[in-house]
Design a protein around this ligand. Sequence first.
Ligand SMILES: *Cc1c(COP(=O)(O)O)cnc(C)c1O
Length: 379
Amino acid sequence: MLVALTRPSSVADFEQQFARLMEQEHAIAFPYGRTGQLLLLEAMGLKGREIICPAYTCVVVAHAIVRSGNIPVFVDSEVDGFNMDLDLAEAAITEKTGALIATSIHGYPVDLDRLASLQDKHPQLRIIQDCAHSFAASWNGQAVQKAGDAAIFGLNVSKLMTSIFGGMVTTDDQALADSLQQMRDSKTTQRWSRNLSRALYFFAATSALNPFVFEFIDRLQRAGTIARFTEYYDEGVIDMPADYLFAMSRAEASVGVVQCDRYPEIIAHRRNIAASYDKLLAEIVEIERPPMVDGATYSHYVIQVDGPPQLTEKMARQGIELGRLIDYCIPDMPAYQRYRRKNDSFKRTQTLNGRVINLPVWVKANTAEIIAQKLKKSL
Ligand SMILES: *Cc1c(COP(=O)(O)O)cnc(C)c1O
């Protein structure tokens, strides 16, 4: 990563590389994915409209909808998967609907055939692909990011590829790209370098595991100084981070350019590790394995078990930290209950919320074996 800082690239370089990687005409960089989403809704001219999105997704997506002056309409998950049920999504369309956010959650591609038939019936509907988990996942060989008006990406350290902070919007629509870029340029400011905690976090994340730096950062983290970069939400508030209109810096763009080169390797590794887990966990009856799907990019390998907290605690005692990624149902949160509609049901999302655990997919193959062995003993 430090190599990136000695070979600096501009934000425009990163945008060009990213557009090429995603096979799209335009890519526009933002400080967060959610900033890109918010300004995209504005650039599409949507205000006071209903925006359909999954109940099972990252809460920041809903925050950006509300903060853009629109109304989120939540849709439950499909029967046998993690993505939004597109039949329910279609049923939720009204004359007030402005856009639909199709999310390939955990890297599982959205059913683009089903989406195309929905789009045929509702040609005025704008389709936004949320590719923050999937990047270039594909459905029957068709890239998800290209199947709509625009796609949004998150680029923080927990994503498939990263520029430490950052987000990106891609599109093939010249007019939309122009107005979005204008909006971005007029609304974002170059105050990044004056923000000490953001600079420190960047330094920590890019320095090649320098123990001294990490000790220092760890202390700041425990003191709460930089917690806001790693903690996603407060259940009661619909908010954007204080720095959501800071422009992407050259340092971030430089890391992003290096990551673009590494992208094929990153995806290949994740697919390998997911396939290994699939074999390694096959005989553990207590674990429901996620489907193995062609074209999935496995931002997360999510197993389902009864009682995730007990298992994560047992594993933590053995030195393995497992994640609980989306353990909340957005329309059940206090801040979002007012957006629920009569007869809404989020049973499938709630079931996922209470059962999923994600195993690390960036690890080496032998670590995956150790994790599988410890899981077997812990159940
Ligand atoms: C991370 C994420 C985003 C947006 O990313 P930020 O850069 O954190 O704003 C959007 N959608 C999903 C599903 C995500 O996981």
